[in-house]
Design a protein around this ligand. Structure first.
Ligand code: NG6
Ligand code: CA
Length: 521
């Protein structure tokens, strides 16, 4: 009897996860004008951090498989070398330097993208897609900076800019509030521990990491990150309360991946757009125990393994539901890599010959290529994307909005996504057409222009390295700042070591004109 009951229960469970007949029928004649689109956006994952891009000391089997089944880009760029401006561009199709207030945001910033602005989520929604944002947000919440009441529904959220659902971190894991926001409210809210957040003043009785480093039992700060202590880790900003709603860093990947998997299951029968932005591999790197020691590079490498696991969960869910082939998976990162970004996690010491930025110079924050050169992999079987292809086409995140828009026949309102151009054919690997130029923005707003051959960095008098002790391959992060105009021949000098501006005055002039014209738009 007991056995029969067990068998019956397991049969029932198996049946419950089976696609229904109607769903099967619908999936059989997949509509390639309305594929699902999942954008997997890693955080601070470098061009060289994945095995299929030459990573050492870490295995990324799921991403390898994605690349083996799709097209892998070798010359794709984010619009900026830090998170908020890069993500702003990704979601709006507008360069961040056109809009003040798009710099790295505190956790209590108001919504940076205003409800009236058109976003990639609005675009998908206009074509009947279900839309969701999961994971790292870092684009502000609520309508007024510093005045959010985290104990009540927020008056402005991703719901106002096209996302039907969201399950997000307000900013980054190193910034308060350390809670997940689900559909405009703190998830798992704990009434016994009201939340308060302040980026200027501490709350009475709350210990800080600056005064009590001994309370940072999970990770010590190497720079900054010395204000609120949550889960034994110092953060940027002060916070009190939260109780059981406070996240545990080691569970963030599980909870956002779990949300994504459920979302896919619930939306298997209609087209959906999912913005899946991982916390990995941003600081504080504190992956779940089961990933510890799984790379040869300590916590940063283990966070890459955890990222790969999230990708695998999403892929296998799609496969189980029979919707993998008509789902476009685009995998990328928001900006270049960094090793020491303010916590003592030995990321730099444990590289052992691994190059997070691949062949490029410098990384996150920089005007050099390492700041914005990011991995991009696109898989879409039903749409004919060739398995195992490589594309050297010069490409930019800025074009994703218009490219996907053209694919799903969306109309983009006049004046919206002004910088985004339709390059869907290149994105699907059908041609290798280079973007005429790609514009990148460094940490201090210095702009650079890349063409397939040249890289121009405009002159500026900013610091040569990033002020805090961030390092990369034993060096401090180089910003690429110079009072002289810089021009590099990328065909001969991929490492940007020989400034050839003086010998190529006409090219410098032409690229300066590109920036002049773009700024005047
Ligand atoms: C810096 C932080 C860094 C990281 C970065 C934003 C310090 C010393 N450094 O100010 O840790 O949070 O901001 O990173 O606090 S980003 O990927 O979200 O842009
Ligand atoms: Ca980032």
């Amino acid at each position: 009897m007991q056995i029969n009951k067990t068998i019956a229960l397991s049969l029932l469970a198996a049946w419950a996860t089976q696609p229904t007949m109607a769903a099967k029928k619908q999936r059989a004649k997949a509509d390639t004008s309305r594929p699902n689109v999942i954008m997997i956006v890693a955080d601070d994952l470098g061009y060289g951090d994945l095995e299929c891009y030459g990573a050492k000391n870490v295995e990324t089997p799921n991403v390898n498989r994605l690349a083996a089944e799709g097209v892998r880009f070798t010359d794709c760029h984010a619009a900026a070398s830090t998170s908020t401006p890069s993500r702003y561009s990704l979601l709006t199709g507008e360069y961040p330097w056109r809009r003040p207030g798009t710099d790295v945001a505190p956790g209590n910033a108001a919504m940076i993208i205003k409800p009236e602005q058109f976003t990639i989520a609005d675009m998908f929604r206009s074509q009947g897609y279900a839309t969701c944002a999961i994971g790292k947000w870092h684009l502000g919440l609520g309508d007024r900076t510093g005045e959010q009441d985290w104990n009540a529904p927020l008056p402005a959220s991703p719901a106002d800019i096209g996302f039907d659902n969201h399950y997000i971190m307000a900013a980054t894991a190193d910034r308060v509030p350390c809670v997940i926001i689900e559909d405009g409210m703190v998830a798992n809210y704990d009434e016994s521990a009201p939340i308060d957040v302040n980026y200027y003043h501490n709350f009475e009785g709350e210990p800080t990491a600056r005064e009590h480093p001994e309370l940072c039992y999970n990770l010590r700060s190497s720079h900054g990150h010395d204000q609120a202590i949550v889960n034994g880790i110092g953060r940027i900003g002060y916070m009190k309360g939260g109780g059981k709603a406070l996240w545990k860093d080691e569970n963030i990947a599980d909870s956002i991946t779990g949300y994504a998997v459920n979302y896919i299951k619930q939306h298997a029968d209609r087209p959906f757009f999912m913005y899946f932005a991982t916390n990995d591999v941003h600081v504080p790197r504190f992956p779940h125990e089961r990933f510890r020691g799984k790379s040869g590079m300590g916590l940063r490498g283990d966070a890459i393994v955890q990222f790969d696991w999230s990708v695998g969960e999403i892929m296998s869910t799609l496969e189980r539901l029979g919707i993998a082939d008509n789902t476009i998976i685009l995998l990328t990162s928001d900006n270049g890599p960094v090793t020491d970004d303010g916590y003592v996690d030995r990321a730099d010491e444990l590289l052992n010959g691994h190059s997070p930025q691949g062949p490029w110079r410098s990384g996150k924050y920089s005007a050099y290529e390492g700041g914005t050169a990011v991995p991009v992999i696109v898989r879409w079987k039903a749409g004919g994307v060739k398995a195992g292809a490589t594309s050297e086409a010069l490409f930019s995140h800025i074009d994703l909005l218009a490219s996907f828009g053209s694919l799903i026949n969306a109309r983009i309102p006049k004046g919206a996504a002004v910088d985004s151009k339709n390059r869907i054919s290149t994105l699907l690997g059908n041609d290798r057409t280079d973007r005429p130029y790609v514009i990148g923005m460094a940490n201090n707003h210095v702009l650079s222009v890349r063409t397939k051959q040249w890289k121009y960095i405009e002159p500026n008098d900013g610091a040569k390295t990033i002020g805090w002790a961030a390092t990369l391959n034993g060096e401090r992060v180089e910003t690429g700042n110079s009072p002289q105009p810089q021009l590099y021949d990328m065909q001969k000098d991929i490492k940007e070591e020989h400034n050839v501006a003086l010998e190529n005055a006409q090219t410098v002039f032409d690229l300066q004109n590109v920036l002049r014209r773009e700024r005047a738009k």
